[in-house]
Design a protein around this ligand. Structure first.
Ligand code: GLY
Length: 318
């Protein structure tokens, strides 16, 4: 498909999935921050920016927000280090790029963006560090006090928890095991779709573990649809979720049908995950098997979010 038509831009972003937020203040705070980012990125799309530029900017804003588990505010791995992964897929060119387990940079999505035009487009830890040096990116420490505090608490409990928290919250004693990632999917005025995903990983994981976020299982787009996933990376990889939803749309299912079918399968398989998606017709959909998905969208007329929906939903479209 060639993208020559003029369409109403659409946008959906997420800040992770997992069990419910602890307090009303957390819900209100997350909602306000997600809505602000949606507003800022949607203005770029209205101004005629490409879906790819909008997705990169949206990911950067989410990476820079210390609440979310990507960029600043990333969780610590089992050895107390932060290693981040990010990927970008330009749906029109059906081109994937990404970095896996990079350290010491502010915005991993910027590296994924740079790699879009390269021949070698997915780099692991050593190569990503080399690239950051080549690009003369300043050394940056994404560690926040809250994430350090969470890790220290976990160390006291001998790392009994499977994962770190989806967003950085004040400890309350309640079990707050959650799964964090950020993601953005956009449809621009020319009908082009892009998807981007960035993460600090599960938290507390084994050194060298690879996240779904820099794989087509966790982030995928073509001319028909784009999807960004969040949740337990291994569950997303086993479902090959993002690519599966996109291919189902390519083969004729509506975006809602594709998401619903894929989530039904994921639920049957006992997975813990969520996904956001947009298709070429402008439909916006989210789906989840986890308790909560922190997603917000702009459908051309209004901003909304997924914070109060018990199930996945067709936000707008067909
Ligand atoms: N979905 C993020 C991760 O598991 O690394």
């Amino acid at each position: 498909m060639t993208a020559t038509r003029q369409v109403q831009p659409k946008l959906i972003i997420h800040g992770g999935a997992g069990s419910s937020l602890k307090s009303k203040e957390d819900v209100a705070g997350v909602r306000q921050e997600l809505h602000q980012i949606v507003q800022q990125v949607y203005e770029l799309l209205l101004a005629g920016e490409s879906a790819t530029v909008a997705v990169v900017q949206g990911c950067k804003l989410l990476e820079d927000n210390p609440r979310f588990n990507a960029g600043t505010g990333s969780v610590l791995q089992s050895d107390g280090q932060i290693r981040m992964s990010a990927s970008l897929m330009d749906g029109e060119r059906q081109r994937f790029s990404g970095v896996i387990n990079v350290s010491g940079v502010k915005n991993p999505i910027e590296l994924a963006y740079f790699l879009q035009k390269e021949e070698d487009r997915v780099l692991s830890d050593y190569g990503s560090a080399q690239l950051a040096r080549e690009l003369q990116l300043p050394l940056y420490d994404p560690l926040t006090d809250l994430r350090l505090q969470e890790w220290l608490e976990e160390r006291k409990n001998n790392f009994a928890k499977k994962m770190a928290a989806v967003i950085a919250e004040r400890p309350s004693g309640q079990d707050n095991a959650r799964r964090g990632t950020i993601g953005v999917v956009a449809l621009d005025k020319q009908g082009r779709i892009s998807a981007g995903t960035s993460t600090g990983g599960k938290g507390l994981e084994r050194i060298g573990r690879v996240s779904d976020s820099a794989m087509p299982a966790g982030n995928y787009a073509n001319a028909f649809a784009g999807v960004s996933c969040t949740g337990i990376g291994e569950d997303i990889i086993d479902e090959c979720l993002a690519a599966k939803v996109v291919i189902r749309v390519t083969d004729g299912l509506s975006l809602f049908e594709a998401m619903e079918k894929s989530m039904k399968e994921a639920k049957q398989n006992g997975r813990d995950l969520g996904a956001i998606a947009i298709d070429y017709r402008g439909s916006i959909v989210f789906g989840k098997t986890s308790e909560v998905l922190l997603a917000a969208y702009h459908d051309g007329t209004k901003i909304g979010d997924s914070l109060q929906w018990p199930e996945g939903k067709l936000v707008s479209g067909v």
